[in-house]
Design a protein around this ligand. Structure first.
Ligand code: FAD
Length: 506
């Protein structure tokens, strides 16, 4: 076949070298290692990257595992600590505290979900908290960490883990991987995007020095601005600010306090009109405040953030405005948006990097040829939109269920109407203690259970099949599960000890 008739894509240009750009480059290099595909990343060291994005969920480990990278190597390269979940402080008022772990609760019996047994016992006055049935939550609360067993003896020992990592170091690590696999890199500012007059497809990028970079497929990883998808192709943006009122953040790095052991969880503390994150890394910590600028001035935001850092500040606080929502189409013509260019949800559940991963998976699964068949674009756009809406609903849930009474911000969030898809979930939970599962859910029922319980929303009924179980037997079984977990926690080393074992020189 002549090259001219061959519809295969020969050249992919990745626009931007932040976390999204280098993750995409590394994954495509690996996926197409034997194919004649040229991959080029264009980034500008003058412009730089957003540089935050340090808390992840366990899918990150599957992502770099597919590249053949090992946990310990990535952890060393990125100054990472281990993350077993997210600790929510003060979301139901001062002193309230719960952990959303990566993992399961208790043990299902006879095909009935554990939480129904637990709900029955709770109504009968058994006060043992849900967290006592989660190994992940109990390890996190105890500051412990070990690798999960690859063959857990029972559901009780199932938990998962993710990383807190230095975003800049992670991008560098992936860049080295991609470049070693043949990816080209151009460090230059993109001046304009050239479209083909006949069909409006992207033909090339024009750089500041006048060079042109042509390609068949352009992956827009240019960050919030969406240089290609938004500015050049004019794809619009669906704004979700009516459900997610926070629209700005201050980010600041801090020193680690000598003697402070890094927590194996991300800390998210509710403040007067938003929330503060604390992310422990091995060489420093990441901190920030996500807030609603309609409710809090910049000075007030800084006054809430700065006294509560994980250590003395290392950098000046950086203001990052954002708009919650998604690009109306993540894929238009020959441009696929991945990362912040495709939309943004505040990092309350550390989902942005995970959405980059699924965007890349989708691109690999639906990789087109130069005909860019419409069904491929439609499927990509549909999956991307649905997945983002599911994550959006999960984040809105936290605001909707908050029980703070101190400010209008929190009262308004509690009273706001939520998307119908979320309304159905909350309704089924309160009516029957069950979970609605739509397509492309990132969060499993155990995560929804963690949030419902953490915010004190319980159903009116549990599964009636549970009533057939002898109450004394049920009480005994639950006590055994708790004892089992407590025993596993007691035998697990400290998180700091695990980290020290990674690097004998540390
Ligand atoms: P960027 O990092 O902005 O990269 C854009 C790239 O495009 C850069 O290389 C830049 O140089 C290049 N570029 C732009 N314009 C041009 C041009 N004209 N010419 C040449 N190059 C150009 N995610 C998580 O998963 N966990 C978190 O804990 C988390 N916390 C966050 C906290 C905040 C406050 C924010 C705002 C985001 C957070 N995120 C988090 C999201 C995460 O930071 C991003 O998903 C991730 O960094 C990907 O960014 P990106 O690569 O899409 O964009």
């Amino acid at each position: 076949m002549d090259e001219i008739d061959d519809p295969r894509i020969r050249s992919v240009v990745i626009v931007g070298g932040g976390t999204a750009g280098w993750m995409t480059a590394a994954a495509l290099v690996q996926h197409f290692r034997t194919a004649p595909l040229k991959i080029t990343v264009v980034e500008s060291s003058d412009i730089g990257t957003i540089g935050v994005g340090e808390a992840t969920i366990p899918t990150i480990r599957r992502f770099y595992g597919q590249l053949g990278l090992r946990d310990d190597d990535v952890m060393r390269a990125t100054q990472a600590t281990c993350k077993l979940g997210i600790r929510f402080l003060d979301w139901s008022g001062p002193g309230s505290d719960f952990i959303h772990p990566f993992g399961l609760y208790g043990q299902d019996v006879k095909g009935i979900g554990f939480h129904h047994y637990w709900l029955k016992q709770r109504r009968a006055g058994d006060a043992a908290p849900l967290a006592a049935y989660s190994l992940g939550a109990a390890l996190a609360a105890g500051g412990k960490f070990t690798l999960p067993s690859p063959h857990p003896p029972s559901q009780l020992s199932v938990f998962d883990w993710a990383l807190h990592l230095d975003a800049g170091l992670f991008a560098q690590h992936l860049r080295a991987y991609a470049e070693a696999g043949g990816c080209a890199r151009i460090d230059a500012r993109i001046r304009s995007v050239e479209l083909r007059p006949e069909d409006g497809f992207v033909r090339a990028l024009t750089l500041d020095d006048g060079r042109e970079v042509e390609g068949d497929l352009f992956v827009d990883c240019s960050g919030f601005k969406g240089l290609v998808i938004g500015e050049a192709l004019g794809v619009g943006f669906e704004d979700w600010g009516r459900w997610l009122p926070c629209d700005a953040a201050y980010a600041v790095q801090s020193e680690n306090r000598p003697g402070d052991a890094p927590a194996p969880f991300t800390r998210v503390t509710a403040r007067s009109a938003g929330w503060q994150w604390g992310i422990p890394l091995r060489h420093r910590a990441g901190n920030g405040l996500v807030f609603s600028s309609a409710h809090l001035s910049d000075d007030q935001a800084l006054a809430e953030l700065m006294p509560h850092l994980l250590g003395d500040p290392l950098t000046e606080p950086r203001r990052i405005p954002f708009r919650p929502g998604r690009r109306s189409q993540a894929w238009a013509k020959n441009c696929v948006a991945i990362g912040l260019s495709s939309g943004f949800l505040e990092p309350l559940e550390s989902t942005s990097i995970a959405l980059i991963e699924t965007g890349i998976e989708r691109l690999k699964a639906l990789f087109p040829d130069r005909r860019f068949a419409q069904p491929i674009l439609d499927e990509f756009n549909d999956q991307t939109a649905r997945e983002m809406e599911r994550v959006r609903d999960f984040i809105i849930l936290h605001y909707k269920l908050n029980r703070r009474t101190d400010t209008d911000f929190w009262r308004d969030c509690r009273e706001m109407p939520v998307p119908e898809t979320l309304e159905r979930k909350i309704a089924l939970w309160t009516a029957r203690g069950q979970f609605v599962r739509y397509r492309w859910e990132m969060f499993h029922p155990a995560s929804w259970l963690a949030i419902y319980d953490g915010f004190g929303l319980y159903p009116d009924h549990h599964d009636p099949a549970v009533d057939a179980m002898d109450p004394a037997y049920l009480a005994r079984s639950l006590a055994e599960m708790r004892a089992n977990i407590a025993d596993l926690v007691a035998r697990t080393p400290e998180h700091a000890q695990f980290l020290a074992g990674l690097d004998p020189a540390a």
